[in-house]
Design a protein around this ligand. Structure first.
Ligand SMILES: *Cc1c(COP(=O)(O)O)cnc(C)c1O
Length: 433
């Protein structure tokens, strides 16, 4: 096999690329392209892998899938089946989880500018925890809770002053961040004092998320240390018990052969070991450890199928190969210079014969999916697969150029299931007046 593969992706007996035991050419034929295809078995494997770390060590834990990576009803149903929680960051994600029948007590609500309407919605929906981000939000939530006469368990999001090794837009743990209370200047102490003084806000713990697509464990370990230190300080200063330590997500995945992330579980093993070591050293009670993986649960499980159309060959310069999607279904290359790998679905094992740049169909010169992809010979009408598009692909999809957003299909055990319909042209104008 010439391509790097994950989960159930393989070449079938017909010599075609198959996922979950389903031929990708049959998927393209049945559902059209562009098409997002999710390998459900791999999502389950990732979730169970994270669970195993905690179960093996017999620890108190909670896994909160960061919904923003891929938030659709079918995903919340899958999380419910696998028995893990979900982190939401908007009214829309709360609504989607509710519509899917997700147990809302298993959700937490993050975000740096939650509106009054969103906070009210969260309280009414019975969201399990609100992760407080700033002083304005403390006041807003306090007012809502007083009005509704209810109490709400909260975590405080802090910025531990860690610069994790990743793309600048993906860094969130450094002091100069829009998220959370700064520890160093004393903001976090001031925030917790306000929470303690409140009748309705029930302090349960601390949260930090240092960034995304991180390949080393050192940043996480430092953040874990900062959280334990803070819990120890607050135990002393305020006689406060910190029940929950939430270390966020951001565990890196392999987009191309050049990426060398650790196994998803390895990050968590290191974090957990560090927390338990520090907690014991400081004689603190054993906390519940929370993680919020998003990308590492869904990225590798997702593959996008496109139909190849026109091409442009500029002698001695470049070969552009155009597909029927692009920045509308995968904006990450344009946004982050993210890299991907691709194969031709009807001959994934054929040796490359040329190096092409895979261009999208959108009216932007920056709408390139892959630069310099070695590829087998292709003809218009062939199906191309790009790998590892399961996180922040559909989630960031848009209607630029009035292109309908693609459909989403789950595949497992030789069966495919449509979980999000392809948008129609009628959908595109339905809000226009
Ligand atoms: C984005 C985000 C995550 C998940 O990040 P991944 O890189 O997808 O794992 C977790 N927690 C918070 C607060 C986030 O903003």
């Amino acid at each position: 096999m010439s391509y790097y593969h994950y989960g159930t992706i393989q070449t079938n007996s017909a010599g075609h690329l198959a996922i979950g035991g389903v031929d990708t050419l049959a998927l393209a034929e049945k559902y059209g392209t562009p098409l997002y295809v999710y390998d459900v078995a791999l999502i389950r494997e990732r979730i169970r892998g994270f669970k195993k770390v905690f179960e093996d060590r017999k620890l108190k834990y909670h896994i909160s899938y960061a919904s923003k990576a891929f938030s659709v009803k079918a995903m919340y149903r899958l999380l419910k089946e696998e028995g893990i929680g979900a982190d939401v960051v908007s009214g829309g994600e709360i609504y989607t989880a509710q519509q899917a029948g997700f147990p809302m007590a298993q959700t937490s609500f993050n975000g740096n500018n939650k509106s009054r309407a969103e906070l009210e919605m969260a309280v009414e929906a019975g969201v399990g925890h609100i992760i407080l981000d700033n002083f304005h939000e403390i006041e807003l939530l306090e007012a809502i809770l007083t009005e509704k006469q209810v109490k709400m368990p909260v975590l405080l999001r802090v910025t531990p002053g860690i610069s994790a090794h990743t793309h600048e837009y993906d860094m969130t743990g450094q002091i100069d961040s829009k998220f959370g209370f700064d520890i160093k200047s004393g903001q976090a102490d001031q925030a917790v004092a306000q929470v303690i003084a409140s009748e309705n806000l029930i302090y349960e713990g601390i949260h930090a998320h240092v960034g995304s697509q991180i390949f080393e464990t050192v940043g996480f370990e430092k953040a874990a240390d900062a959280l334990v230190n803070l819990a120890a300080n607050w135990a002393q200063t305020f006689d406060l018990t910190t029940k929950i330590l939430n270390v966020g997500g951001g565990f890196g995945v392999r987009y191309t052969a050049e990426d060398e992330p650790l196994a998803p579980q390895t990050y968590v093993e290191n974090i957990v070991d560090e927390i338990m070591k520090q907690v014991q050293a400081k004689a603190l009670p054993e906390p519940e450890i929370w993680i919020e993986p998003g990308r590492s649960i869904v990225a590798e499980a997702g593959t996008t199928l496109y139909t190849i159309g026109s091409r442009k060959d500029i002698p001695d310069v470049r070969h552009y190969l155009d597909v029927d999607g692009g920045m509308g279904d995968n904006i990450r290359p344009a946004l982050y210079q993210s890299e991907y790998d691709a194969v031709v679905c009807n001959r994934p094992d054929d040796a490359p014969v040329e190096t092409v740049t895979i261009a999208g169909k959108y009216c932007e010169s920056g709408d390139m999916l892959i630069h310099d992809q070695p590829l087998a010979a292709t003809q218009p009408g062939d199906i191309l697969a790009t790998f590892v598009t399961g996180a922040y692909g559909y989630a960031m999809a848009n209607n630029y150029n009035r292109n309908p957003r693609p459909a989403v299909v789950f595949v497992e055990n030789g069966q495919s299931q449509l979980v999000v319909r392809r948008e129609t042209y009628q959908n595109l104008t339905q809000l226009d007046i």
